[in-house]
Design a protein around this ligand. Structure first.
Ligand SMILES: Nc1nc2c(c(=O)[nH]1)N[C@H]1C(S)=C(S)[C@@H](COP(=O)(O)OP(=O)(O)OC[C@H]3O[C@@H](n4cnc5c(=O)[nH]c(N)nc54)[C@H](O)[C@@H]3O)O[C@H]1N2
Ligand SMILES: Nc1nc2c(c(=O)[nH]1)N[C@H]1C(S)=C(S)[C@@H](COP(=O)(O)OP(=O)(O)OC[C@H]3O[C@@H](n4cnc5c(=O)[nH]c(N)nc54)[C@H](O)[C@@H]3O)O[C@H]1N2
Ligand code: SF4
Ligand SMILES: [Mo]
Length: 750
């Protein structure tokens, strides 16, 4: 591949070309204009965490360009990032508070709106107890914002009914990291992408969803054509542009493939026996088993067996296993095709298995790297403890010592923190639907579009006393609100985001919030004050004050960020924890010599010590190869899967305001394989009905050789066609993450 071909292959540039933008040139209008000042910041969209230079002129953000000094993106951006500056002043920005009067949302003053929120919350708490209220947040909120909300709800109101959209996204990855390695978040980092010789990409449309990282992989392939890229995905996607092998399983049936790869790796001797002896335990999920017993377990998973289960070619499984096994280095990437499954945690374990068996972990070019979806799911929610069972600093609610430590930092009696975890997202919205939760505060997320099996939840959300803090209106959720609070948007507030590779990055406030919008943190502090908890929040004069208190919760923890105060984050392009002191450079590989927490004495010469486990050993799991919750049958013969396109972000409240992005992918559709379409007499652009046991949707058919036969793909971005009327709310028993990726459906021509 030469440079021109490289540019063509990269996802970002391909999409940019299609809408007439050259991402490799500086944005011209701003450069031409005099008086533009440039400021280092971070993209607000996805978990890649691209560094951005933001151009400001006359108090307005006028442009962005990729930050050349960022090690994450080295000056590149994708189309979403490129247009981010336009979103700030969109017409649909919510500019003032609103409250519902006689069924209608009408403009209100801040005082009136906040008074109503506080009065209602106080009333519910006093009458029904703290668990009758709840908070639902986001992996797109800043760490400071989630921290304040956590402190208010868990520490002062005293409820653990505190959830967020990362439950819909990263929970299975968390479950995988915790069970396998004993600690959440990746071992390695993006640096490993530049040294890997094999990429195994499972259930991740990297080209469209993590485009700038995909471009790094394309660059590797360009420089080093012997590199092998293996994809396991029921759909062909733009990620296939660089694939050497695509295994296209029936949605929900890929566990057997991973086991079959492990079996070949063991049988043909690609294992790292020394590493296994030193650093690996085996388990069947209930108890420890021996290496021999694990090998016995694998016997069932012949390539032929797995190929039959998943309906793929057995030779491809053998090829994939050999490439992975024989290569000195390998990185596996995965996202929602793995996590959003009722067996999400197990599948995460099976991916880690391959790396542990071959010792391809904790060294350059090797990692089992879960790609995070949202820009701060890792930072604010996983590290910040923004879910019903966790506390800041990778702590657990059920651990009395952890509660004590956090109560001390929050300056509350430990009895304030309920020792019982709260309700996970699906249970929480079920409780809303049943009327058990009577007041709900939603911040920076749009659950009335993003929750699965929406019909089950929408009425409850309408009936509950619903407070929504959002930067835009209308959204499916703001439409249901009783009180709407206008939130300051990216660049109108400062704060920290932590991306996929454990990197925390600072974003400055560059302009004043539009209209009457306020920083989410400020709104929450105001609420705390009105609820009578002001004393413990008064010292938060700025986001930096909040960050400094948050840092205390990380001290001495595996995600130690004490070396990352604002003054340092403002200078550097982010820092990867553990970073315990301000002269520490941050950590590339955890659990190895380079990790400041590596216990040399305990490790006794071992290359890795997984200090999240009592004996420092990670676990290879023998998990059953169960299929999805709702298999296809004669009545519903198609597997329906949902997902994303490059140009749009989730519920489109942001990307839907950018005409260039809207034009690129203007409306909702369903992808169907040409063979199925021919059989059913469906032509491209026909109107069809997609029907599941929960609902139906009229969509335009896109007949295209992307989904495998008997599989439908619906992108879920458009509010006028809610894909989640179709999806199932069954969830993984371990992670409680819903199975957005597989349910049974039928399709008929209208
Ligand atoms: N452009 C864009 N980028 C984004 C986002 C966005 O909305 N738009 N959102 C961000 C967020 S929060 C997230 S979580 C990520 C999501 O990033 P991805 O997970 O990459 O995106 P999805 O399209 O949800 O799903 C990925 C793939 O899973 C496959 N899949 C479905 N079922 C199965 C299965 O049974 N097995 C396997 N192996 N694969 C399966 C689908 O075919 C699809 O290609 O993207 C982030 N980046
Ligand atoms: N069918 C289907 N459903 C899915 C998925 C799927 O693959 N298929 N994926 C799931 C996943 S992985 C995810 S992450 C979720 C995402 O689902 P959501 O979080 O519900 O989707 P977003 O559109 O990102 O919602 C973010 C909201 O925050 C608002 N906002 C933006 N900036 C700010 C701010 O600074 N402050 C405040 N207060 N608000 C702000 C936006 O306007 C928007 O309303 O969806 C899940 N739902
Ligand atoms: S890849 Fe993600 S972080 Fe980078 S510019 Fe695109 S949306 Fe933003
Ligand atoms: Mo996500």
């Amino acid at each position: 591949m030469d440079r021109r071909e490289f540019l063509k292959a990269t996802a970002a540039s391909a999409a940019a070309a299609s809408i007439g933008v050259d991402l490799f040139l500086k944005p011209s209008q701003a450069d031409a204009a005099a008086g533009v000042t440039w400021h280092k910041s971070v993209c607000r969209f996805c978990g890649v965490g691209c560094g951005m230079m933001v151009g400001v002129k006359d108090g307005k953000v006028v442009s962005v360009k990729g930050d050349k000094e960022s090690t994450v993106n080295r000056g590149f951006l994708c189309v979403k990032g490129f247009y981010l500056y336009k979103v700030i002043t969109a017409k649909s920005r919510l500019r003032y508070p609103m409250i519902r009067k006689n069924g209608k949302l009408v403009r209100a003053s801040w005082d009136e709106a906040m008074d109503l929120v506080a009065t209602k919350f106080r009333e519910v708490i006093d009458r029904y107890g703290p668990d009758a209220v709840a908070f639902y947040g986001s992996g797109q909120a800043e760490t400071e914002e989630t921290y304040i909300a956590n402190k208010l709800f868990k520490g002062h109101i005293g409820t653990n009914n505190f959830e967020g959209n990362p439950r819909l996204c990263m929970a299975s990855a968390v479950g995988g990291y915790l069970t396998t390695f004993g600690a959440d978040e990746p071992v390695g980092s993006y640096d490993d992408l530049d040294e890997a010789e094999v990429f195994l990409i499972v259930g991740s449309n990297t080209a469209e969803c993590h485009p700038v990282l995909f471009d790094r992989i394309v660059e590797r392939k360009t420089k080093d054509p012997h590199i092998k890229i293996i994809i396991i995905d029921p759909r062909k996607t733009p990620t296939d542009r660089v694939a050497d092998l695509h295994i296209q399983p029936i949605p929900g049936y890929d566990l057997a493939i991973l086991h079959a790869m492990a079996r070949i790796i063991v049988k043909e001797g690609y294992t790292d026996e020394q590493f296994i002896k030193e650093s690996v335990n085996f388990s069947d999920g209930k108890k420890k088993i021996s290496y021999e017993e694990y090998k016995q377990f694998l016997e069932k998973f012949t390539p032929e067996y797995a190929a039959k289960v998943a309906d793929v070619n057995p030779d491809d499984i053998v090829k994939a296993a050999r490439w992975f096994g024989q290569s000195p280095t390998a990185v596996t990437l995965w996202t929602m095709g793995v996590n959003q499954r009722t067996r999400g945690v197990w599948l995460n374990n099976l991916i880690h298995n391959l790396h542990l068996l071959t010792g391809k972990i904790g060294k350059p070019g090797c990692d089992s790297l879960s790609l995070t979806g949202q820009p701060n799911a890792c930072g604010g929610v996983r590290e910040g403890g923004g879910l019903a069972h966790i506390l800041p600093g990778h702590r657990k609610i059920v651990n009395p010592q952890h509660r004590k430590e956090i109560a001390a930092i929050w300056k509350v009696p430990v009895s304030n923190i309920n020792p019982k975890p709260g309700k996970h997202t699906i249970a929480l919205f079920e409780a809303v639907a049943k009327g058990e939760i009577k007041a709900l505060y939603v911040m920076c997320t749009n659950p009335a579009q993003s929750l699965p099996n929406l019909k089950k939840f929408l009425k409850g959300m309408k009936d509950v006393f619903l407070v929504v803090a959002d930067a835009f209106h209308p959204t499916e959720t703001t439409k249901l609100a009783d009180v709407l609070l206008p939130a300051a948007f990216w660049s109108e507030k400062e704060g920290v985001y932590g991306c996929t590779e454990r990197r925390s990055q600072y974003m400055p406030k560059l302009v004043e919030p539009l209209g009457e919008a306020r920083w989410d943190g400020d709104i929450l502090i105001d609420l705390a004050r009105r609820l009578g908890y002001g004393k413990n929040f008064e010292h938060f004069k700025t986001p930096e004050d909040v960050w400094n208190e948050y840092l205390l919760t990380t001290k001495g923890r595996d995600m130690d960020l004490m070396g990352a105060p604002y003054w340092r984050l403002k200078k550097v392009r982010g820092l990867r924890w553990p970073v315990p002191t301000t002269d520490h450079p941050g950590t590339r590989h955890r659990f190895t010599e380079g990790d400041p927490l590596f216990p040399k004495d305990k490790a006794k010469g071992r290359r890795m010590y997984f200090y999240g486990k009592p004996d420092g050993r990670a676990v290879v799991f023998a998990r059953p190869d169960k299929g999805p919750e709702e298999p296809t049958d004669a009545e519903y013969p198609f597997a329906l899967t949902t997902g994303r396109v490059l140009e749009h972000f989730h519920t489109m409240t942001m990307t839907g305001t950018v005409p260039q992005l809207v034009r690129a992918v203007p409306g909702p559709y369903v992808e169907i394989n040409p063979k199925d379409a021919a059989r059913l007499g469906i032509a491209d652009r026909d109107t069809v009905k997609v029907i599941t046991r929960r609902g139906e949707l009229e969509l335009t058919a896109r007949v295209i050789d992307r989904p495998r036969e008997k599989t439908l793909f619906v992108p879920w971005h458009w509010s006028e066609k809610l894909a989640n009327l179709l999806t199932i709310d069954a969830f993984d028993p371990g992670s409680k993450e819903p199975e957005y990726k597989v349910c049974a459906a039928k399709i008929v021509k209208v």
